[in-house]
Design a protein. Structure first.
Length: 308
C-alpha cells in the first residue's frame, strides 16, 4: 500500500503530523469517543439510535509562558467533548458531514486552537465503520462570528382551528397580527377529513404530520400573506422579513433532538411544543382548548369575540 493511501486511513493524529504546517504545534486528541444518537437520512435511521465514534485531534499554539499546572491555561479535553455534545443537542441531523463541520467550528473558536481534524464513524450500519473526516483551520471560521444568543427573534405563535381558518374574520385577524412588533407564525390542526390509519405508530406519525401540512396549504390558499414554511432556515428568513408563516411541522418535528412524543393526535400540544422549541413570546389559541403543558405563556381567544 502506498504511503498516501496508508496515510488516508491512519488516525487523525498521524495525519496531523504528516501534514503539519511550518513550525511546531502541540496536539491534543480524543480517541474512540462513542455516543449513541439518532442520526441519518434514511427512514430506517429515524426513531432509533446508533453508535457513533468520534476521533478528534486539535493542533494548538505552544504555550509561551510557564504552564504552572493550571488547567485554565490549556485547551481542555472537556472542550472537545462539550463541542460534540453541543452539536448533537442542537438538532437532529441527517449528515455526518454537517455534524463534523459544527464540531470543528465550535472547537476552532477556542483561542488556543489552530487546526482541527474530526473523524466521525457510524458503527452499526454495516460490517465495518462508515464515516467522514474533515480538516479545518482557524482561517476557515475567522470570518464567521458566532451569533449572540439574544439576537434571535421571539415570534408570536398562533394556533387556528378549522373554524378559525374558514371564518370570515380571518383577514381581519391577519391584519391585526401583521401589525404586531414581533414576527407571526401560524399553526393549524388536521383537516376535518380523518387521516388514513396505518396501524403502526411511527408511520402513523408521518401520516398525521402530513395531514397537518395539507391543512397549512389550505390556510395559505385563503390568504396570500400566509406562506407555508418547513425548515428552521425558512422560518428565520421569514421572521426577519415580516412574513406571516404557516408551520409545516414534519421536518422540524422529526429532526428535533427534544422532539414531542411520537403521537401527534393533539395538534394543540404540538403547537405548544413548537412554541417552546423556538422560544416564542407566547402562544395564542383561537377557538381551541389549552394544551396539556407549554413552556411559554398561553393566551386564549373565542372565535366569536376575538379581537386579538
Amino acid at each position: 500500500m502506498s504511503h498516501e493511501i496508508r496515510l488516508a486511513f491512519e488516525h487523525p493524529q498521524a495525519r496531523a503530523r504528516a501534514t503539519a504546517p511550518d513550525g511546531p504545534l502541540d496536539r491534543i486528541s480524543v480517541r474512540d469517543h462513542i455516543v449513541a444518537v439518532e442520526i441519518g437520512a434514511f427512514q430506517a435511521e429515524r426513531g432509533t439510535t446508533q453508535r457513533i465514534a468520534f476521533n478528534v485531534v486539535v493542533e494548538v499554539r505552544p504555550m509561551t509562558g510557564a504552564l504552572e499546572d493550571d488547567v485554565d491555561r490549556i485547551l481542555s479535553y472537556d472542550r472537545v467533548t462539550e463541542a460534540i455534545e453541543a452539536a448533537l443537542a442542537e438538532e437532529r441531523l441527517n449528515l455526518l458531514e454537517t455534524l463534523a463541520e459544527r464540531i470543528a467550528e465550535r472547537i476552532l473558536w477556542e483561542p488556543q486552537a489552530v487546526r482541527c481534524f474530526v473523524r466521525i464513524e457510524k458503527l452499526d450500519r454495516g460490517p465495518g465503520a462508515l464515516g467522514v473526516e474533515i480538516v479545518r483551520s482557524v482561517d476557515d471560521v475567522a470570518t464567521r462570528a458566532p451569533v449572540a444568543p439574544d439576537t434571535a427573534p421571539h415570534p408570536h405563535v398562533v394556533y387556528l382551528t378549522n373554524a378559525a381558518i374558514t371564518s370570515p374574520n380571518l383577514g381581519r385577524w391577519l391584519d391585526q397580527l401583521q401589525a404586531r412588533a414581533e414576527p407571526v407564525i401560524l399553526c393549524v390542526g388536521a383537516p376535518d377529513t380523518p387521516a388514513p390509519d396505518t396501524g403502526h405508530r411511527m408511520t402513523q406519525r408521518r401520516v398525521d404530520l402530513l395531514a397537518l401540512e395539507q391543512n397549512a396549504w389550505v390556510l395559505a390558499g385563503r390568504d396570500d400573506r400566509c406562506v407555508v414554511v418547513a425548515t428552521r432556515t425558512e422560518l428565520d428568513w421569514a421572521m426577519k422579513h415580516d412574513q406571516i408563516s404557516v408551520w409545516a411541522p414534519s421536518k422540524i418535528v422529526l429532526d428535533a433532538v427534544d422532539g414531542p412524543a411520537p403521537s401527534t393526535h393533539n395538534p394543540v400540544d404540538l403547537a405548544a411544543w413548537f412554541a417552546g422549541h423556538i422560544e416564542a413570546s407566547d402562544l395564542l389559541l383561537i377557538g381551541a382548548t389549552p394544551p396539556a403543558a407549554c413552556r411559554v405563556p398561553v393566551l386564549i381567544q373565542d372565535i366569536a369575540r376575538s379581537g386579538l
